[in-house]
Design a protein around this ligand. Structure first.
Ligand SMILES: Nc1nc2c(ncn2[C@@H]2O[C@H](COP(=O)(O)OP(=O)(O)OP(=O)(O)O)[C@@H](O)[C@H]2O)c(=O)[nH]1
Ligand SMILES: [Mg+2]
Length: 373
């Protein structure tokens, strides 16, 4: 089944979309077409035929309701951030107007230790101070709601579209970039799994040509997900050439999506960063408008150090979306807000484990509820 990229983007913009390959018992139908999952009695209403956009829009709404129950699983790694921010509840419980300055100072401190960064912490506190002094916020719970709202608004307004933007031409090309060990290859594999199980024809490109083991690692993911793969033939073949060959093959053989892995690189290493520019040019030569997405993988346990990485990768190649990994570990939540605020790049996916199913679309509301319960 050839799938139009726009539909794919909508499909993957939901955190609790049924796991790829999920089928209900005694039924050949994938779970997301099944009336039980859609929550409606009549399967006919959700037949996926001509009006697919309407179908996915309605589906999105249902999914959002379901997503709330998945918050614990998706953001389980934020317990440390939650702990740091819990002090805010205590502060606000006994808040009174005369105490405002002390409370706001301590609130700013709590945001800072939770990796929100100085710029965003000051901005949030300034807005709260203004609203308290102008009489708009009159109780501790109103202040807490305003705090949550300001973080959510920032993620939504600055972050923009969190669904994959795959354009309209086949093959759509996605390049995954980032520093060493952040989770690029794993995330690419998980993304392939999601796509494959929705009938998308996926080709992988082993663009990490620096380590022999890197291609082997991606080959394992190709096998696991039933994807085809293009690897470098010989030691001297460089990443731009592998990516270019893969996209050419993708075009000739009618693949829907080409997922390109790249080597881990320090954002401060000029020549390695330049190689990414060459990769980008190489795929654009084969399919104009490609790559459709350049996804920067950030390790969620790194904290504010992800900021300079994101800045540099964005300056050099123009990042279109972020994948925040290892949120099942001890992730440092505030840095997400800082990156989105400073660079205006949306978080598109979060990694919540090493398994094939552990990549979830990012949901800003669920995130805010997870760190400010
Ligand atoms: N717990 C957890 N581990 C993850 C997650 N994503 C990746 N990992 C693990 O992190 C380690 C590095 O992942 P890779 O996918 O190899 O990272 P990479 O960015 O491709 O690494 P290089 O190619 O060496 O730069 C592996 O052990 C992964 O299993 C995640 O969301 N949660
Ligand atoms: Mg890798």
């Amino acid at each position: 089944m050839a799938v139009v990229p726009r539909q794919l983007a909508l499909l993957f913009s939901s955190p609790s979309f049924p796991s790829p390959g999920t089928h209900f018992p005694h039924c050949d139908m994938p779970a997301f077409f099944h009336p039980r999952w859609t929550g409606r009695a009549s399967a006919a209403r959700f037949r996926c035929s001509a009006g697919q956009t309407g179908f996915f829009t309605r589906l999105g709404r249902l999914i959002k309701e379901k997503a709330k129950s998945d918050v614990e699983k998706i953001f389980s790694g934020f317990s440390k951030t939650r702990e740091n921010l819990a002090v805010i509840d205590e502060l606000l419980l006994y808040w009174n107007l005369a105490d405002t300055e002390r409370v706001l100072e301590e609130l700013e401190e709590a945001l800072l230790v939770s990796d929100f960064g100085p710029k965003i912490s000051v901005k949030i506190v300034e807005t709260l101070r203004y609203d308290i002094l102008s009489g708009k916020l009159k109780s501790g719970s109103e202040i807490k709601e305003a705090l949550k709202r300001s973080v959510l608004n920032l993620l939504i307004v600055k972050g923009g579209k969190t669904d994959l933007q795959l354009g309209f031409k086949k093959p759509a090309v996605v390049i995954v970039v980032g520093v060493n060990g952040g989770g690029k290859t794993t995330s690419l594999g998980k993304l392939a799994w999601r796509l494959k199980n929705e009938g998308v024809k996926v080709l992988m490109a082993a663009g990490d040509t620096y380590r022999a083991a890197a291609s082997e690692q991606l080959e394992v993911w190709a096998e696991r997900t039933g994807s085809e793969i293009v690897v470098a033939e010989g030691d001297k073949v460089k990443a731009p050439s592998v990516l270019s060959q893969a996209v050419k093959r993708g075009k000739e053989e009618g693949y829907d999506v080409v997922l390109c892995d790249t080597s881990g690189r320090l954002h401060t290493n000029y020549s390695l960063m330049e190689e990414l520019v060459a990769c980008k040019k190489a795929v654009a030569k084969v399919v104009s408008g490609a790559p459709n997405e350049i996804l920067l993988v950030l390790d969620g346990t790194t904290g504010l150090n992800v900021l300079p990485q994101a800045r540099e990768f964005n300056d050099v190649v123009g990042v279109t979306g972020l994948i925040l990994t290892k949120l099942d570990g001890s992730a440092r939540g505030g840095c997400v807000v800082s990156v989105v605020d400073e660079l205006g790049i949306p978080v598109k996916f979060v990694g919540v484990g090493e398994g094939v199913d552990d990549l979830q679309p990012f949901d800003a509301e669920a995130f805010v509820n997870a760190i400010f319960p």
